[in-house]
Write a protein that binds this ligand. Structure first.
Ligand code: PMP
Length: 389
C-alpha cells in the first residue's frame, strides 16, 4: 500500500504522526498510560461516572439478567425493555416528550440528519460544528450552507438569501463547542428559527451533564424547553458509558424507528451499558454533588492557568484549551507533558483549523486540588522550557 505509506511518511515529516497511548486501567483522574502513572487531563469523563461503583454494580446486575449482547438491531429483536426504559429516563431528564437511544453520539448525527431532511431542504450549520455533524450532513440529500462560528448576522444573511428557495430549513449547532468550550447563542438561533420558520437541531454532547439544572444541558441552561426541535446528546462523556440519543416529539421517535439507519442496520447498545446509564441519570436527578465539583474544579484550574499567562481562549465551560498555534509545537508540548507526568492530548488539524493547534485540558469532578496544582506546576515548567509561555 505505497500510497498510504507515503501519506504516513508525510505525517512523520510534518511532526504530526501520533502513536496511540495505551491506558492500562480505568479512566480515572490518574491513569497508567504506557506503563507510567500520570494525571489525566484528557478524558470526557466529566463527572467521574466511567468507573463509578454504582454504575458498575448496575452493569454487572444487567449482565446477569440480559447477557452481554442485544443480539440484533433494535428494529428486529434487539429492542430490550431496558432500552425502552432508558429512552423514557432520558426524555424525562431532559423534559422532552420523547427520546431514542442509539449506539453512539456519532451514530445519532449520522442517522438523524439524513432521516429528517430531503433534497428539497436546506441545512445551515455552524462552521465549528463537530465532525459527526459534518458527516451526518454529508449523508443528507439536502443542500448545505455554513455560517461563521456563532455569528448570528451571518446566519441571518443566509436565511434572508436562501430561506424561500427551500421547503424546510434545519439550523444545526453544537450546544457547547468541543474544541473551544464556548456555548452556542441558542436564544438567538431559536428566535431566528421562529422568525424564518426553520427547524432547530442542537448537539449537546458537551453540555449535557455539565450545564443547566442538574446537568440537563444547554437547552435547560437557556430555559428553552419545547423550543428546540431536535436535541442530541452522547452517553459517553458526562454520563460515562457509551451511546447517544436524540430527544424531541413522539412523532420524531416513531419516524426514526423507521428511517434512522443506524437503528435499522447496527446492533442495539449493550444492555449492561443501558443499565449503567439509567443509574447515572438517577444519580444526576437526585444530587448536584457531581456537577458542582466539576464546576468548582474547572473554575480553579482556569483561573490558575490564566494567572500564569496561558492563552485559554474564550471557553465558558470546563473544556479548557491552551492555544499554541503551530501543529508540531502543539504535539511537542503534549508529548513533553506526558513525559513529565500529565496527559493532555494535542489537538491539531483536521480536528481544528490549520494553525490553531492546542492542547485541550479536561478537568473532571474526580480531580483533587492537589492533582490540579501538580498538573499546573508541570505545565508551567514545560511551557517555559518549550517557550510556549
Ligand atoms: N458530538 C459532539 C459535539 C462530540 O464532541 C462527540 C464526541 N467527540 C460526538 C458528537 C460523538 O459522540 P460519541 O463519542 O458518543 O460517538
Amino acid at each position: 500500500m505505497s500510497f498510504l505509506k507515503a501519506n504516513i511518511d508525510q505525517l512523520k515529516k510534518d511532526g504530526v504522526y501520533r502513536k496511540l497511548p495505551i491506558n492500562e486501567g480505568p479512566c480515572d483522574a490518574e491513569i497508567t498510560l504506557n506503563g507510567k502513572r500520570v494525571i489525566n487531563l484528557s478524558s470526557n469523563n466529566y463527572l467521574g461516572f466511567a468507573n463509578h461503583p454504582r454504575l458498575k454494580k448496575a452493569a454487572k446486575e444487567a449482565i446477569d439478567k440480559y447477557g452481554v449482547g442485544a443480539g440484533a438491531v433494535r428494529t428486529i429483536v434487539g429492542n430490550m425493555d431496558i432500552h425502552e426504559q432508558l429512552d423514557v429516563v432520558i426524555a424525562d431528564f431532559k423534559h422532552e416528550e420523547a427520546a431514542l437511544v442509539f449506539q453512539s453520539g456519532y451514530n445519532v448525527n449520522a442517522g438523524v440528519i439524513q432521516a429528517i431532511t430531503t433534497d428539497k431542504d436546506l441545512i445551515i450549520s455552524d462552521a465549528l460544528n463537530h465532525a459527526s455533524i459534518i458527516d451526518g450532513v454529508r449523508l443528507s440529500k439536502a443542500s448545505r450552507a455554513v455560517f461563521k462560528h456563532s455569528d448570528m448576522k451571518d446566519l441571518e444573511r443566509i436565511l434572508i438569501e436562501k430561506r424561500d428557495q427551500y421547503e424546510q430549513v434545519l439550523i444545526i449547532t453544537d450546544g457547547v463547542f468541543s474544541m473551544d468550550g464556548d456555548i452556542a447563542n441558542l436564544p438567538e438561533i431559536v428566535r431566528l428559527a421562529k422568525q424564518y420558520k426553520c427547524l432547530t437541531y442542537v448537539d449537546d454532547a458537551h453540555g449535557s451533564g455539565v450545564l443547566g439544572d442538574r446537568g440537563r444541558g444547554t437547552v435547560d441552561h437557556f430555559k428553552l424547553h419545547g423550543q428546540v426541535d431536535f436535541i442530541v446528546g452522547t452517553l459517553s462523556k458526562a454520563i460515562g458509558v457509551v451511546g447517544g440519543y436524540v430527544c424531541g416529539s413522539a412523532e420524531m421517535r416513531d419516524w426514526l424507528l423507521h428511517r434512522g439507519r443506524p437503528l435499522l442496520f447496527s446492533t442495539a447498545m449493550m444492555p449492561a451499558a443501558a443499565a449503567a446509564i439509567i443509574e447515572a441519570f438517577n444519580m444526576l436527578e437526585t444530587s448536584d454533588e457531581y456537577t458542582e465539583k466539576l464546576w468548582s474544579n474547572a473554575k480553579y484550574f482556569k483561573e490558575k492557568l490564566e494567572r500564569l499567562g496561558f492563552d485559554i481562549g474564550h471557553s465558558q465551560t470546563p473544556i479548557t484549551p491552551i492555544i499554541i498555534g503551530n501543529e508540531a509545537l502543539t504535539m511537542a508540548f503534549s508529548e513533553s507533558l506526558l513525559y513529565n507526568g500529565v496527559y493532555v492530548s494535542g489537538i491539531i488539524f483536521p480536528t481544528v483549523p490549520m494553525g490553531t493547534g492546542r492542547i485541550r485540558c479536561m478537568v473532571s469532578a474526580l480531580h483533587t486540588k492537589k492533582q490540579l496544582d501538580k498538573a499546573i506546576d508541570i505545565m508551567e515548567k514545560t511551557a517555559k522550557k518549550l517557550r510556549v509561555l
